[in-house]
Design a protein around this ligand. Structure first.
Ligand SMILES: NC(=O)c1ccc[n+]([C@@H]2O[C@H](COP(=O)([O-])OP(=O)(O)OC[C@H]3O[C@@H](n4cnc5c(N)ncnc54)[C@H](OP(=O)(O)O)[C@@H]3O)[C@@H](O)[C@H]2O)c1
Length: 270
């Protein structure tokens, strides 16, 4: 009924990716492999998650061609200066020559962000990353990074309780996309009465409604995380129905600017 991929320039991104924060060890390998076998083709990892080796193993075990899978990894600010060797380490752990998307994981001060953006671009020119982007950057910080490297994405927290209206408007204007992390508000959306009402009408779950609401917006992809087989299936199965305009509006109205990620230290976006 609707496309399960987003295309920006020459890059096609599966709209549902697998979040892997806190997935480590043999269970992580099994779970990521399970996700690949059921059709996930987009995996989100980060150097700081300590699971790039597990992601690499799961991809190898799956037997799926590397070219069919979209892989994102991220570099923590402490490694911005040493970004090139840090990415070489990531590639070794992931057992691959390049990632599809390399992100600066969290903004630092202007000088460090500048160094990070310069080295992101160098990593891209070296062939270590097909695309580059940022995560948790505000608009001003992205504008600066864009003067240095061809930033294609900002990965930020986004779910029905946290508006990203201004950010999304800005990203769309410059043909970039938004990767929504914590898209299930860490599981909270599953119990939301309004989402449960809409879900009943579509014979879906509240989680599926939240994910669908996001991918139905232009330039948005989502990366829900779960360790459960049934939920992996559930979170991927959101492309056989459509939310009406009225339902979209009702979900937008759930916004309460609730940020779940380090609210004390998170930068201001607007
Ligand atoms: N760039 C950044 O700074 C940043 C920050 C945070 C996260 N991320 C990325 O975003 C990914 C997702 O974020 P997240 O893991 O924090 O939060 P999330 O995906 O919003 O929620 C995950 C939680 O929801 C539960 N869940 C998953 N599917 C469900 C379903 N269908 N119904 C009910 N509950 C469900 C999971 O429990 P079970 O596992 O028990 O199913 C888990 O407790 C991360 O894994 C990571 O890759 C990036």
């Amino acid at each position: 009924m609707s496309s399960d991929t987003l295309t920006i320039g020459n890059t096609t991104i599966p709209k549902v990716g697998l979040g892997t924060y806190k997935l480590t060890g043999p269970d992580a390998v099994k779970s990521i492999e399970d996700a690949l076998q059921m059709g996930y083709r987009h995996i989100d990892t980060a150097q700081i998650y300590g699971n790039e080796e597990e992601v690499g193993k799961a991809i190898k075990n799956s037997g799926i061609s590397r070219d069919e899978i979209f892989i994102t990894t991220k570099v923590w600010p402490a490694d911005f200066k040493g970004l090139i060797p840090a990415v070489e380490q990531s590639l070794k752990k992931l057992q691959m020559d390049r990632v599809d998307l390399l992100l600066l994981h969290w903004p630092s001060d202007d000088e460090a962000n500048k160094t990070g953006a310069e080295l992101l671009y160098e990593a891209m020119r070296n062939g270590y990353a097909k695309n580059v982007g940022v995560s948790n950057f505000n608009i001003e910080q992205i504008e600066k990074a864009r003067q240095i490297a061809p930033i294609i994405c900002n990965q930020v927290e986004y779910h029905p309780y946290l508006s990203q209206k201004k950010m999304l408007f800005y990203l769309k204007e410059y043909d970039m996309f938004l990767t929504a992390y914590r898209p299930l508000a860490m599981g909270q959306v599953a119990k939301d009465e309004m989402l449960l009402d809409i879900a009943a009408k579509h014979k879906k779950t509240a989680g599926q409604i939240a994910l669908r609401w996001m991918v139905q917006q232009p330039n948005v992809v989502v990366i829900p995380k779960t360790t459960h087989h049934e939920r992996l299936i559930e979170n991927l199965n959101i492309f056989d129905f459509e939310i009406s305009e009225e339902e979209m509006a009702a979900i937008f109205a759930l916004n309460k600017n609730e940020r779940l990620t380090n609210p004390a230290t998170a930068p201001k976006w607007d």
